[in-house]
Structures are given as structure tokens and as C-alpha cells.
Design a protein. Sequence first.
Length: 182
Amino acid sequence: MTVDGIGAEAGFRRATVASTDVVLGVLDEAARWLGSRGVSQWPPRFEAAWVEGAISRGETWLVDVAGKAAGTVTLDWSDPLWADTPGSAAYVHRMAVCRWAAGLGGVILTWAAATARDQGAGALRLDCVSSNTGLRAYYEAAGFTHRGDAPVGGAPGQRADEGPVTWVSRYELPLGTDGLAD
């Protein structure tokens, strides 16, 4: 897949326990960048415990450009935040891109939609902090439809049964037979 603006090919590989620090590095860089712009999407720093389960289950991916980790994404097959919504879906979590690879987000979303469709999912779903108007506009421009707001516990990006409550906006992209939006 070609990444606009950096002229390289993107390759997807499953993250492993050995690459946990690489995943955290990409997430932390994105979190710092967001924080420097006053966006409260994620905490300033991710804890390894927040990603280790998804990595060990094979749900977290690293995206390489020119042989270097440029992004990460977790693609889950269930999410309690969507328990009230019927239909099969895949769920995008912790999608982050290094600043030098800006533009990679669209490639990641296209890959996630194709992967979800290949697995028989009828939709690709994700969420973001409700106050993140820039990211909400980005998802809407990518064809996602707002499906309401919901509270989640824990620090932004953490998902816990306790701690502070963060309101998130839920988004859904129906998948067509080609793995992309209908």
C-alpha cells in the first residue's frame, strides 16, 4: 500500500511480546503530539499492561514504512462499548501514526476494513474522545457514521472498570463486499 506524502510502501506485521516497547513508543509519540496540541485523546504515556493482552492475543499490529515502525493499530473482534449494537464487526483501537509518516492513518483504516471484511464482519467500528473534534471530522470524512456517545472508565485509552469517566463518540463504517465502505 502506498502512503501519500512519504512515497513508501506500508507493511503490516503482528506485534509480539518482544515488540511491546516499539508499540508503546509509537503510542507515546502520538500521545505527546496530541497533548502538545491540547487534545486529551490519550494519557501522556501508555502503560505496558494496557497493550500486553492484545499483543499476546495477536490483535495488535505494527505498520512498517521503509523498514521502520511508522504506526500501530489493534483490531479486536468484540468491544463491550458496542454491546447494544447488533451485527458482526471488527473494532479499531489504539491506532497511532508517527509524525514522520503522517498520512498513514487512511492506509491503516483501509487495511482494517479489508481485514474485517475478509473475516466476515459487516462493519468496522471505533471510538474517540468526544471532545476531539479534529479526529471526529477525520473519521466522518473517511466515511464513518457517528453512532452516539458513551461513557468509559479509566484514563483515556485505558478502558477500566474504575477511575475517571471519559465520554467517547462511537463511529461505524458499513463494509461492502470488496472490504471497503458500501
